[in-house]
Design a protein around this ligand. Structure first.
Ligand SMILES: Nc1ncnc2c1ncn2[C@@H]1O[C@H](COP(=O)(O)OP(=O)(O)OP(=O)(O)O)[C@@H](O)[C@H]1O
Ligand SMILES: [Mg+2]
Length: 321
């Protein structure tokens, strides 16, 4: 087996909450294991609030984990604090494209400076010609016309801003590009174009992707493996087609069933009723999906199911998988 590019083990992030209620903790990410091979495209799905963006921030070392480790090419990046990590050469190897490009773009920076910024900040590139060459190459890779390079973000369309966000992330040639719902702020027609661009880029540059979405259809298109999260925990991991044809976890089945199917318009679809349990101090001995799960038995209320293997690359955390 080749060494994974990224190997996260028992990654956990808790936030203190409640002020008065001393010691209460919100479990945003709970003991997550995740590997990504060089050049692999992995999808991460789960409903709002399940911890996807928190996991992204942990993996990119934007925040420190409460516990757990992240290995990059076998080296433990969590051996140093986040504050220390941002001074090290490896900091450029994982880049994130955030949900809303207008948030990550400085409104007072021209496109050129937005794309040049990570080159200066992360790689210390100072030479004007070198900066210009790399900025233009990145702009070309994401299909940004030359004449836009001197514009400000407010003079661009949503799709163009998305391209600038992607150019900023790839200009430092990361090994892993994390895309946190990169198209959710865009019109449907533009979404499809940006998704195709991302697929092309991955084929051309060979970097790994972690593609975050709450839309299973989006990750199905781009990813060879899918990780399903529920309330801070990984509940299923499987090769993409296997996840769709033979899902093991009831939450995954509910997600798949909720995908709109134009051929079945008007028919009653199985729905995911109720809301998730509270992420604050959840019972460590109760399955997080208990109460909302159609199966749910006494065992689910008294023993947390572990992630077990059900085939090549297929894992699920359910007593009845
Ligand atoms: N800085 C923080 N302080 C306290 N709680 C936080 C913080 N960041 C996230 N959370 C909580 O952690 C949980 C996971 O949030 P996160 O943003 O990771 O979810 P998500 O899966 O990305 O959701 P979405 O699909 O809406 O983007 C939520 O309950 C959220 O309220
Ligand atoms: Mg999020």
């Amino acid at each position: 087996m080749t060494q994974p590019l990224l190997d996260a083990r028992a990654l956990t992030k808790r936030y203190p909450v409640g002020g008065g209620k001393r010691g209460a903790m919100l479990h945003a990410v709970d003991a997550v294991d995740l590997t990504i091979a060089p050049g692999e495209c992995v999808g991460l799905v789960g409903e709002s609030g399940c911890g996807k963006s928190t996991l992204v921030r942990l993996l990119a070392r934007l925040i420190d984990p409460t516990s757990g480790n992240i290995f990059l090419d076998g080296a433990d990046t969590t051996a140093v604090s986040q504050a220390r990590f941002v001074t090290m050469p490896d900091r450029a190897r994982i880049q994130v494209v955030f949900q809303d490009p207008s948030e990550s773009l400085n409104p007072s920076f021209r496109v050129f400076d937005s794309i040049a910024d990570p080159l200066k900040r992360l790689l210390g590139v100072r030479d004007r010609d070198k900066l210009a060459a790399q900025v233009h190459r990145a702009a070309e890779l994401v299909g940004l016309p030359r004449e836009l390079i001197e514009r400000y973000p407010h003079q661009l369309s949503g799709g163009q801003r998305a391209r600038v966000g992607i150019a900023r992330a790839i200009v430092v040639e990361p090994s892993l590009l994390i895309l946190d719902e990169p198209t959710s702020a865009l019109d449907v027609s533009v979404q499809a174009i940006i998704l195709r661009l991302l697929a092309d880029l991955q084929a051309r540059l060979g970097m790994s992707y972690l593609f975050v979405s709450h839309d299973l259809n989006v990750v199905r298109l781009l990813c060879s493996r899918i990780v399903v999260m529920y309330l801070g925990r990984v509940v299923e991991v499987a090769p993409t087609e296997e996840l769709f044809t033979a899902p093991r976890h009831p939450y995954t089945r509910a997600l798949i069933a909720s995908i709109p199917d134009p051929a079945r318009r008007g028919e009653a679809r199985p729905r995911l009723d109720g809301s998730p349990r509270s992420p604050i101090d959840p019972d460590p001995n109760t399955c997080r999906f208990y109460g909302r799960c159609p199966t749910g038995t006494d065992r689910c209320a008294t023993a947390m199911p572990e992630l077990l293997r059900f085939g090549e690359g297929h894992f699920a955390a359910c007593h009845f998988a």
